[in-house]
Write a new protein. Structure first.
Length: 306
């Protein structure tokens, strides 16, 4: 029997007579396949859209985290210096006339005023990114300075001062009052735990945030239109015309909750840093006292030998 001749490349693509040809699709099968394809496409698009919307919640998160670290460091520096100056004993040895809460209010206010020089330019760029005005903080800084000069980065400086000074003052005053109450309740038997610091910080932050929401609304409107450099009065009129008096308290609940949580973490970190610095200072003082005692002892022995 003669062997079949090898098929050409084209012949390999065409089935021989009697063989099952390529699959044929009925109209019903084609419709069913098309529905499945459309359904899968719709699901994929929905998932992609949901992922994009979820990702928008974290718009500018890297810049916000970096800026928060810089702002907190600046704030700590100002607060520590102001608190040390306000709680220093009088020249005659008597204790300072200011109580803990009053000293905390003034120190917190001074720290808010000093750190605003760093905070406002960072906040202008970060909020513009979060509002999807610019893609990142570098583009925001470049565009704003080109449109309005360096002064554009300080848009909202006045309302920031008017908001942050009472906000941080009230926050620290309430926090120190709660700590004093805790110490009196437990008769100074033990320091506050991290959980108690968290709760006290949350309460202090929520109270301060609720009281300063109108200023925050005006400041946010100014910062989101930084390139036009609107005044505080213009931003306030825009809020009033757009939403009425209630517009000044837009988002007060979420802001109090958010600020409460932020303040809780802030004060836990604050106490950890303050405790660490205090332990380091006490250890250094003890070491210096031991060295001084050793030198005096060595001097006394030398004198006796002579």
């Amino acid at each position: 029997m003669q062997a079949a001749a090898p098929l050409s490349k084209f012949g390999k693509l065409v089935p021989p007579p009697g063989a099952r040809g390529p699959r044929t699709w009925s109209k019903r099968a084609l419709l069913r396949h098309g529905v499945r394809y459309r359904n899968r496409t719709a699901v994929a698009l929905s998932l992609s859209r949901a992922a994009g919307e979820f990702g928008s919640l974290y718009q500018g998160v890297f810049g916000a985290a970096t800026g928060a670290g810089i702002i907190i460091g600046t704030y700590f520096a100002f607060y520590s210096s102001a608190k040390r100056a306000l709680t220093r004993p009088n020249p005659d040895g008597t204790p300072p006339s200011l109580g803990p809460s009053a000293a905390a209010f003034l120190a917190g206010s001074a720290a808010a005023a000093g750190s605003s020089v760093v905070k406002v330019p960072l906040a202008v760029c970060i909020r513009s990114v979060q509002a999807c005005v610019y893609p990142n903080v570098f583009a925001a800084a470049s565009s704003i300075t080109k449109a309005a000069g360096v002064r554009g980065l300080f848009t909202g400086f006045t309302p920031t001062l008017l908001e942050d000074v009472p906000d941080m003052g009230v926050k620290f005053a309430v926090y120190e009052a709660l700590r004093s109450g805790h110490a009196a309740l437990f008769q100074h038997a033990r320091p506050a735990s991290a959980g108690e610091d968290f709760v006290m910080g949350a309460v202090a932050g929520a109270v301060a945030a609720a009281a300063t929401t109108p200023l925050d609304v005006v400041k946010t409107n100014m910062m989101c239109a930084a390139a036009a450099r609107p005044s505080m009065a213009t931003a306030a009129r825009d809020v009033l015309a757009r939403a009425g008096p209630g517009g000044f308290f837009a988002g007060v609940g979420p802001r109090a909750l958010s600020n409460g949580l932020n303040s809780a973490v802030f004060f836990c970190l604050f106490e950890a840093i303050r405790g660490g610095l205090g332990d380091a200072a006490r250890a250094r003082e003890a070491e210096e006292a031991a060295l001084e005692g050793g030198r005096k002892e060595a001097g006394g022995k030398g004198g006796r030998l002579i």
